[in-house]
Design a protein. Structure first.
Length: 133
């Protein structure tokens, strides 16, 4: 997954995550009621701290060139649920992390029904579902 995205010219890719920004972001998300971001997602952000395609995105940690990819701001605006964090989206679904179940889930943007779910160790499949790789 990492190598494919590195070679691709179809995505706007932010600079890799700076480790010093992780703690601040984790605190801000938890203050909102979101779970801590899972380790696998943070490891992914160390390569690509936010990705945007024409119809999809994986959110990242500030500071970002593309402010719309800010995971904290995005969750403040659109996440009314507790114990989950929105990690990305496409035209139809949100990719969330459910901290109570320790799973990634795809949920329909309109009726908020779970369409699919992935175990904590299946982040690559979840990201693939959003970015349509």
């Amino acid at each position: 997954l990492i190598n494919y995205i590195k070679k691709s010219n179809f995505y706007h890719k932010e600079k890799p995550l700076q480790v010093t920004d992780i703690i601040k972001t984790q605190r801000e998300l938890v203050r909102q009621g979101c779970p801590f971001l899972p380790t696998a997602f943070i490891e992914f952000l160390k390569y690509f701290n936010g990705i945007r395609a024409s119809d999809s995105a994986i959110l990242g940690i500030a500071p970002l060139d593309d402010k719309s990819l800010n995971i904290v701001d995005f969750n403040v605006r659109l996440n009314a649920s507790k114990d989950v964090a929105i990690l990305g989206y496409d035209d139809e679904v949100f990719l969330i992390y459910d901290g109570t179940e320790d799973k990634y889930k795809l949920i329909d943007k309109h009726d908020m029904v779970v369409i699919d779910h992935f175990l904590n160790n299946e982040l690559a499949y979840a990201i693939n579902s959003i970015l349509h790789l």
